[in-house]
Write a protein that binds this ligand. Structure first.
Ligand SMILES: Nc1ncnc2c1ncn2[C@@H]1O[C@H](COP(=O)(O)OP(=O)(O)O)[C@@H](O)[C@H]1O
Ligand SMILES: [Mg+2]
Length: 284
């Protein structure tokens, strides 16, 4: 007896997204085909304006493709979102300033009681198998993210890195099957960034979510990912999909190894081609 493969956590088929019309028409995404298996950590990298945020908005159901299809565990992004299967962390952490850290991360549970019942069977089966069907202990998640001491502080009393960690814990707190992060660490210094990378990996390990992580940093993409997707602009599209076959956990010392550098070089090369490609496109 042959078993049908489990549905992709995220699937895009020939997805196209256009902004404006006529003179101002802008093809933000064109012909995007992508299948991401459950539990993968996937990074998206590419020059500014190549459609990375648009891609996340399509998966989050905040926008619809003009052509092609997008699905999350075999259902539309809208259905997935109303079942609270999708978490989104934007570039700037949007915390409520009058609530402390613990209250901020606990808020989604208060608003979303009962959302679980609507989850498609495929997502529920994965949760049951991974033992993640309980609401996570938010205090424990905060401790895991290094915020144990900051639980009762207000956002204004936190550093930028701590605010961003709070936003990430809040998004993971709903146990989203799919977690979308749009350049969450781009405003942070190198040192803070590295410690957040580790905490993000710990949370991912704990929550078993499928992650799509947008970044500008090549080394960050290699360190974190199972797969790196390289995009190019005009029109926004995927030009390369590179699997990172490095063992986990990936320690800070792994960044210095030859294998790690080889992956960085491969992605840099691909990005350079992505920069050159608009001319090629115009000449065609
Ligand atoms: N709401 C919008 N209206 C018009 N153009 C947009 C809109 N959102 C994005 N764009 C354009 O679409 C392209 C892709 O944008 P975006 O997805 O934000 O790229 P990235 O995140 O890779 O920098 C850019 O040229 C951008 O200017
Ligand atoms: Mg963007």
């Amino acid at each position: 007896m042959t078993q049908s493969p489990p549905p992709a956590a995220i699937s895009l088929t020939n997805a196209r997204r256009i902004y404006g019309s006529g003179e101002t028409e802008m093809v933000a995404l064109n012909g995007v085909d992508l299948d991401i298996a459950p539990g993968r950590f996937v990074s998206v990298i590419g020059p500014s304006g190549c459609g990375k945020s648009t891609l996340l908005r399509l998966i989050a159901g905040l926008e619809q493709p003009d052509d092609g299809a997008v699905s999350v565990y075999g259902v539309t992004p809208e259905v997935a979102c109303s079942a609270k299967m999708v978490g989104l962390v934007p570039q700037a952490p949007a915390l409520l300033p009058w609530l402390n850290v613990l209250q901020n991360v606990s808020l989604p549970h208060k608003i979303n009681k009962g959302a679980d019942k609507k989850r498609p069977a495929a997502a529920q089966a994965i949760e049951t198998a991974s033992g993640m069907s309980e609401i996570p202990d938010m205090k424990e998640l905060l401790r895991l993210a290094g915020l144990g001491e900051a639980m009762h502080k207000l956002p204004a009393e936190l550093s930028g890195g701590m605010q961003q960690r709070t936003a990430i814990v809040r998004a993971f707190g709903l146990r989203p099957d799919v977690m979308l992060l749009d350049e969450p660490f781009s405003a942070l210094d190198e040192f803070t960034r590295e410690s957040l990378q580790e905490q993000l990996l710990d949370l991912w390990d704990e929550m078993k979510s499928t992650v799509v992580f947008v970044t500008h940093s090549v080394s960050e993409a290699v360190r974190l990912s199972d797969t790196v997707i390289v995009m190019a602009p005009n029109p926004g599209r995927i030009v390369d999909v590179i699997d990172i076959e490095l063992a986990r956990p990936r320690s800070a010392s792994m960044i210095k190894t030859a294998a790690f550098h080889q992956y960085e070089d491969l992605i840099r090369e691909s990005l350079q081609n992505a920069w050159r490609s608009p001319e090629t496109q115009n000449a065609a």
